[in-house]
Design a binder for this molecule. Structure first.
Ligand SMILES: Cc1cc2nc3c(=O)[nH]c(=O)nc-3n(C[C@H](O)[C@H](O)[C@H](O)COP(=O)(O)O)c2cc1C
Length: 186
């Protein structure tokens, strides 16, 4: 089983709704065991458990929420250096497009990199002019089909990479998949 943690903070529900869709996407990969946790519920045991993590925060003043930063700041230092090689990715909701979601994703990725996670972006388009190169991004909550698909694609890609790199399932590699990845480029 691929162990996938979707960990998020959300003040008013938008990032929580993204997280739920990311979890749905991860569950699309056969053999994925998915935990969906807010930082209010999660403990360092969840980090110990997972092989892959999708980390989500609202964009607050162009960066991660203080609550998300605090959660990581308070992780036991003993864990540092113990999670090298696990796989991570990011997602964020802001009020508006261009409100700093990608900056937040990059900061979330930087937090994960400090812990030794291998972080990735997604090359696919899930709708016209809609991609997630630095993580899934959103204005408000995901409503349109391409927005929901973007969140789900992030989770799916995470579970695919875990299947490939942790469990040797080469058939789960994105280049082996039959679903549409670049149709919206046309
Ligand atoms: C303290 C604070 C700072 C914020 N800063 C930004 C910002 O820099 N850019 C932006 O577009 N929205 C900003 N917002 C709006 C939130 O990012 C937006 O409402 C988001 O969808 C909230 O996600 P949540 O429902 O998961 O908390 C801010 C909200 C708060 C409370």
């Amino acid at each position: 089983m691929s162990k996938i943690l979707v960990l998020y903070h959300s003040n008013s529900g938008n990032t929580a709704n993204m997280a739920a869709e990311v979890a749905v996407g991860a569950q699309q990969v056969i053999g994925a065991d998915v935990r969906l946790r807010s930082i209010d519920q999660a403990t360092s045991a969840d980090l110990d458990w997972c092989e892959g993590i999708a980390l989500g925060s609202p964009t607050n003043y162009g960066t991660v929420s203080w609550q998300m930063k605090k959660w990581w700041d308070e992780q036991p230092i003993d864990n540092w250096g113990q999670r090298d090689g696990r796989i991570g990715c990011a997602f964020s909701s802001a009020a508006s497009w261009g409100g700093g979601q990608e900056l937040t994703c990059m900061t979330l990725n930087a937090i994960l990199m400090n812990y030794g996670y291998l972080v990735f972006g997604v090359t696919d388009l899930t709708g016209p002019q809609h991609t997630l190169h630095y993580g899934a991004i959103q204005a408000g909550e995901p409503r349109q089909e391409k927005e929901i698909a973007g969140c789900r694609r992030l989770g799916r890609r995470l579970a695919e990479w875990v299947a490939v790199y942790f469990h040797g399932q080469r058939d789960q590699h994105p280049l082996e998949q039959q679903y549409d990845r670049f149709g919206h480029l046309k």
